[in-house]
Structures are given as C-alpha cells and as structure tokens.
Design a protein around this ligand. Structure first.
Ligand SMILES: NC(=O)c1ccc[n+]([C@@H]2O[C@H](COP(=O)([O-])OP(=O)(O)OC[C@H]3O[C@@H](n4cnc5c(N)ncnc54)[C@H](O)[C@@H]3O)[C@@H](O)[C@H]2O)c1
Ligand SMILES: [Zn+2]
Length: 397
C-alpha cells in the first residue's frame, strides 16, 4: 500500500499482482482402425472416465455420420460405452454462433456431468472448431476429445489449441485457445473425403514443406500423382512420412508459442493475403485453395527480392500447380493486395511480419514489402499461370 502525495491531497492506492499459468497437456496420436472392434485403444481412453457408468457425448459431422455412424455406434456398443449421439452440420456456413448455441443446448439437455463425462467431436475443421469453442464456453471449460476426419483436420485444425467461429464477414473472428485432452487421428477416415478437400489439406502440408522441411518437399514431389483419398487412407510409407512430418513440423512451431505471444509465426506463411481472398473469391475458394494462391505470390516475392533462385521459385510454384491447387485468382489485383496487407498489419499488431521463403525449407520475416514488390510478384504469377514458367524471366521488361 502506498500514499501518493500530490500538491494538495493524498491519494491512497493499493495493488495486488496475481500471476498464474495455465498448464497445457494433451496428446496427438495416429491410430489406424480406431473404430475397428478389435482395437481397444479408444475403449481404454473412455474407460478412464472417472465414474462407473459415465457416458460420452458424441458430436459427429453429418457426412461422417452417414459414412461411419453405424461402425462408430457398434464400437461403443461392443465395449459397453454409454453414449449420446448428436449429428451436426460440417459446412462453413454453419460455423456460426447459432450452431454454438445449439451445441450448448444439446450439452445441457444431455445432463453432462461436468468433469467425469467427456465430449467427443468427430469431423472436419468446422465441427471441431464449433464444438471446441462451445466446450470452452460451457461452464468455462469442459473436457473434450477430437477425432479429425479430414486431411485439413488431421494435419492442422485438429492438432493445435485454437477454436473459432465466423462472425459478421470475418473468418474465425470469435475464438478461443482451448486444448483438447487428446486428438486421435485415423487415416482411414480419409477414404471418403472428396478429392477437392484432400487437396485443400495438401495445401497446408505444402506450406510446412516450403518454410520448414525440404525433405517433406521432396516427398510431395515424389507422391504428386498419389495425393488422393485412397493414397492418404492407405497410409503407406510415403503417405505416413508426409503426414507425420507435417504434424511434427506444425507441433514444433505451435508448442513454444501456443498462445501466439510471438506474432512472427512461420506457420502464417500463405496466410497474409489469403484471408481477404477467401472472403472475396467468387466462386468461393476453400481455405487451403486461398492459401495456395497466397503461397504462390509469396514464392514470387522471395524471388523478386533475391531470396531464392528462379529455378527454386519455378519448382515451388510448379508443385502447387501439379497438386491441382490454384496459383492465381482474378480477385488478386494490386489494390486488393495492398488492402489485404494493411488488414494483416492490424492482425499482426502494426508490422507486416510476412514470412517469406529464403530457401526450400527455410523462412525469414519481412517488414518492408512495397507496392512495386507486390506488382512484380503479381505479374510473375500471372504469366506463370497463363504461359508456364519459361516466360517468367521477362517480367522486368
Ligand atoms: N482451429 C484451427 O487451428 C484451424 C486450422 C485450420 C483450419 N481451421 C478451420 O477448419 C475449417 C476447414 O476444415 P476442413 O477443411 O476439415 O473442412 P470441413 O470441416 O468443412 O469438412 C469438409 C467437408 O467434408 C465433410 N467430411 C468430413 N469428414 C469426412 C469424411 N471422413 N468423409 C466424407 N466427408 C467428410 C464435411 O461434412 C464437409 O462437407 C475452416 O473453417 C477453417 O477455418 C481451423
Ligand atoms: Zn490455414
């Protein structure tokens, strides 16, 4: 306590300083055949529920329910695990506050015991984000387990601690950091994911290769014709290494910076201009598709600033193109890019902090991108898109 003396009166001031830190403790595991009746792994996780006879409250993506509902219910029945079953919409339009309130009501209706019964969410990034967000709000946080069923979910949305929903015209504008107790990844779910959504997840894997992992880049080039639902579901040696390197690289980046105290994040590669593109493109682009267009532009920026050779730039853009992702979108004009960069500067607290490749598998941060850098990169990509790489050296003329 102290008395502050001003010229003519004393003002009393008392201050307490409270410090605590929140422990984070969860596992991410790949388990093939998670719902195979002979695989008791999930049973053991559910058996660890503290009370005899306690239940799991299952939120399942509608499409996952259609393909796997019976298999999953049979598993719970075989192991005598009591469950409540709630199918929910797994599309981007449903990633809103109404869905959060519906899930909250269902948790409430289920009469969930606060700690000893668990939520299990099975589905893509949308349902994991909605249910994770609700689980964090409900009674200020109840335990939940994630079972991601899309490639994007398995290498990205399902393994970090972020939750979120779209608000007004903004993606993930309302959100929290709330870790699950566990993330259980079964590649077999991927066999029924559409090729477009597999390619969407490949985009985030390419990101990790470009900025962090040259060996992953080589593997992607090798497997380029087999980045398919069947390829990933079969989990042969090459696909296994691709997925596990992507997860490992992502977790190495996330773990020391879980609450994003440091806004220089190399995993934001491809996420500088893409948020604006994702909102404005017509027909709409998926998240990974918008990230791919952004990554191609950033590759051109690296080349124009002398960070990488033309040979490497062409090789990287070609990988994106050969995986059937877009490298260009007509929404990308110079003025749109300038505006998108300004929006990102706000998100990154006043600085550009744009991750750029400095070699295949390495990144640095850039804070001084100019309009002429953007103009050059745009022309490079435009020409590459229309004519192929051979002509790109003429951009300067
Ligand atoms: N929280 C995070 O850190 C984080 C990270 C990346 C992305 N995201 C979010 O994730 C969302 C995208 O997730 P997504 O790419 O998984 O898409 P998604 O959740 O929209 O799923 C894509 C489609 O696949 C269907 N589906 C899911 N699993 C299936 C299966 N096994 N078989 C057949 N169909 C299946 C869904 O019903 C949906 O129609 C975005 O909203 C994005 O913002 C969050
Ligand atoms: Zn992303």
């Amino acid at each position: 306590m102290e008395n502050i003396n001003t010229s003519n009166k004393k003002i009393h001031s008392t201050q307490w300083s409270i410090k605590a830190s929140l422990p984070v403790n969860y596992t991410v595991e790949v388990i093939q055949g998670l719902f195979d009746p002979n695989n008791n792994h999930l049973y053991h996780i559910c058996k660890n529920l503290k009370e005899e006879n306690s239940r799991v409250i299952v939120f399942v993506d509608n499409n996952v329910d259609a393909h796997y509902g019976d298999t999953i219910k049979n598993y719970f029945n075989k192991y005598k695990i009591r469950f409540v079953w709630y199918p929910i919409r797994g599309d981007e339009e449903a990633k809103n506050i109404d869905s959060v309130l519906t899930v909250a009501k269902q948790i409430s209706d289920s009469g969930l015991l606060r700690r000893s019964e668990k939520i299990i969410v099975i589905g893509g990034g949308v349902v994991m984000d909605v249910v994770g967000f609700t689980a964090n709000l409900y009674r200020r946080g109840i335990p939940y387990i994630r079972i991601p069923t899309t490639l994007m979910g398995q290498v990205d949305a399902g393994i970090g601690v972020k939750t979120g929903i779209n608000y007004m015209e903004h993606k993930n504008r309302l959100g929290t950091y709330f870790s699950p107790e566990a993330t259980l990844i079964d590649p077999e779910f991927l066999k029924t994911v559409s090729q477009r959504h597999i390619t969407n997840g490949v985009s985030e894997i390419i990101k990790m290769a470009l900025i962090k992992d040259a060996q992953l880049f080589n593997l992607l080039e090798q497997a380029i014709d087999d980045l398919t639902p069947q390829g990933f579901a079969s989990y042969g040696p090459v696909h296994q290494e691709i997925v596990e390197r992507a997860i490992d690289g992502m977790l190495q980046e996330l773990e020391p910076n879980l609450w994003e105290d440091n806004l220089e994040r190399i995993v934001d590669y491809g996420h500088t201009f893409s948020p604006s593109l994702e909102l404005k493109s017509n027909p709409p682009l998926l998240h990974g598709e918008a990230v791919a267009v952004d990554m191609a532009l950033c590759i051109a920026l690296s080349f124009s600033r002398g960070l990488i050779t033309k040979r490497d730039a062409d090789r990287c853009v070609r990988l994106i193109q050969r995986s059937s992702l877009p490298i260009y979108n007509s929404v990308f004009t110079l003025s749109m890019l300038e505006k998108a960069l300004n929006d990102t500067i706000k998100h990154r607290d006043g600085f550009q902090r744009v991750p750029l490749m400095s070699a295949i598998g390495c990144a640095i941060f850039c804070n001084d991108l100019t309009s002429s850098d953007l103009d050059y990169a745009l022309k490079y990509i435009n020409i590459f898109n229309n004519l192929g790489e051979g002509i790109v050296s003429h951009v300067h003329e």
